[in-house]
Write a protein that binds this ligand. Structure first.
Ligand SMILES: NC(=O)c1ccc[n+]([C@@H]2O[C@H](COP(=O)([O-])OP(=O)(O)OC[C@H]3O[C@@H](n4cnc5c(N)ncnc54)[C@H](O)[C@@H]3O)[C@@H](O)[C@H]2O)c1
Length: 461
């Protein structure tokens, strides 16, 4: 693999040098002096970046899993899947590129047999199945049975139905990740399907962190394949950052993440209500808190401090909220700005700002990390990911762009490969690790509420 990566790079090194010389000559003619930009070094093959390994390890960016370049699914035995939740993440929506069923279909081809679709909303489940059955993926869904809950599905298996090889969970987090009835989905899955692989959406839960840690411990002890949907870890730009860290043995000094949601396009009332979705840091900012942890490592949770701009402050007035916020109790309305700082266990500093301020539809998100001589900026990972890297001995930043990157496909492809026991399969977000991200997002929410409370008590807000 390293050899394949090096040959084209040798050719591109010559054209790189020529191009640099041309640009420098043009600038020289205009009286501008420049330093020579550093050449982009080929990536070394790194080890698996799962939570078992230190954060400087990642997967090899030179072996991407892209849907358009992946080889066609080879023929093979049937691969029965159970899907829990018939909503947007599973079957797509206009809100974004997520759609797990679409990626699984392309990964498994005719091997895919969706044995069960579990959702209390039977009409919704039947409607998505009708659409699938009317298309070229009919063979995967023509025998799918709809169940209102896991218990009914278990009964059908006990009556002779096929065991699933993978269970994909896309329910709202309030119904999972805990230990009490109604939200103890993973513990129920462990009881009935202990050797099946689980793919579980983020955030891992809305339950108290103690309960979620208990679930994480039981899953880790059971040791089946479990992957959590922090798909940004699979972005090639993110893996490039991992490899630069790994290749140069860097120690991260700081991370700074900024997540600006386009609030005008968020018309789910639950998102605006902290009692439902737990607030925007826990619901969506979690992706960037997770990426921060992916680079910075474990957070020293008691160090987290945070401030917010609340809905009742002058700076928190918004003019284009698409839901009726008056219907939400004032103390459950979400903050407009949340800004947090913390220390990582290894001594680095992390910071994160979530904003509910942009209108329109496109989010604006950026993550920066620093190490001695290095500054890496991950720009716009949702829409058009770019990576800018400044290295020692160079005042310029080099630009990395990976066109047509689809982290949702890489994530699902890696999960299926892991379930099938294929060599080199990488799960980049385990339940145990995702629980630490959940803990960080709660710590940020609680710290910002504490500071808002203190300001109110002092008559400053
Ligand atoms: N990774 C991403 O980028 C991304 C994107 C979108 C959503 N998500 C996550 O996916 C999850 C689901 O979000 P969504 O947008 O698909 O929500 P949704 O409301 O569109 O769909 C959820 C579905 O789950 C069903 N459901 C509720 N309780 C259930 C239960 N106990 N058992 C089975 N089904 C149940 C609902 O009836 C609904 O059909 C959330 O955790 C969300 O954060 C992640």
């Amino acid at each position: 693999m390293a050899l394949c990566a090096t040959l084209p790079l040798a050719r591109s090194a010559r054209s790189f040098t020529t191009r640099v010389a041309q640009i420098q000559f043009q600038l020289f003619q205009r009286g501008i002096k420049t330093t020579t930009p550093a050449q982009v070094a080929p990536s070394l093959v790194a080890r698996d970046g799962g939570n078992q390994e230190p954060p400087q390890c990642g997967i090899n960016v030179d072996t991407p899993v892209r849907m358009d370049t992946a080889s066609p699914p080879p023929p093979g035995d049937d691969f029965p899947v159970a899907m829990i939740g018939a909503g947007n993440i599973m079957f797509g929506s206009k809100a974004g590129p997520w759609n797990h069923s679409f990626r699984i279909e392309h990964k498994l081809g005719p091997r895919l047999k969706v044995a069960a679709l579990i959702d209390p909303d039977e009409a919704r489940a039947k409607a998505v199945l009708a659409t699938k059955c009317a298309s070229f993926v009919n063979s995967a869904y023509k025998d799918t049975q709809v169940f209102p809950n896991l218990g009914e599905y278990v009964k059908s298996i006990e009556a002779g139905g096929p065991d699933p090889r993978a269970i994909i969970v896309g329910t709202p987090p309030e119904f999972r990740g805990g230990v009490t009835g109604g939200r103890n989905l993973e513990l129920e899955l462990l009881k009935y399907f202990p050797s099946v692989g689980y793919f579980i959406e983020k955030p891992v839960s809305t339950a108290p962190i103690g309960e979620v840690k208990e679930v994480a411990a039981q899953l880790a002890q059971n040791n089946n394949v479990v992957s959590v949907g922090y798909m940004l870890r699979y972005l090639r730009c993110v893996q490039k950052m991992k490899q630069i860290i790994h290749d140069n043995k860097l120690t991260i000094m700081a991370t700074n993440a900024r997540y600006s949601a386009a609030y005008q396009s968020i018309d789910k009332p639950a998102w605006w209500d902290k009692s439902k979705d737990m607030g925007p840091v826990i619901e969506q900012g979690t992706h960037f808190c997770d990426l921060s942890r992916y680079f910075g490592g474990d957070v020293d949770i008691p160090t987290v401090v945070a401030y917010s701009v609340e809905n009742d402050e002058a700076a928190g007035k918004l003019s284009a909220i698409p839901v009726n916020e008056d219907a939400i109790p004032p103390d459950q309305r979400i903050p407009r700005i949340t800004s947090a700082v913390w220390k990582y266990v290894n001594g680095a500093v992390g910071s994160f700002t979530h904003t509910v301020a942009l209108q329109g539809t496109l989010y604006d998100c950026e993550l920066e990390i620093w190490a001695d001589g290095y500054h890496m900026r991950l720009i716009d990972p949702y829409n058009a990911p770019q990576l800018l890297v400044r290295r020692p001995g160079d005042d310029h930043s080099e630009l990395h762009q990976f066109n047509d990157d689809d982290p949702f496909f890489s994530e699902m492809s890696s999960f299926i490969d892991a379930v099938e026991g294929k060599p080199g399969a990488h799960i980049l977000s385990s339940f145990e690790d995702a629980t630490k991200t959940y803990e960080l997002t709660w710590a940020i929410r609680l710290a910002s509420e504490k500071s808002a409370e203190a300001r109110r008590a002092a008559g400053k807000a």
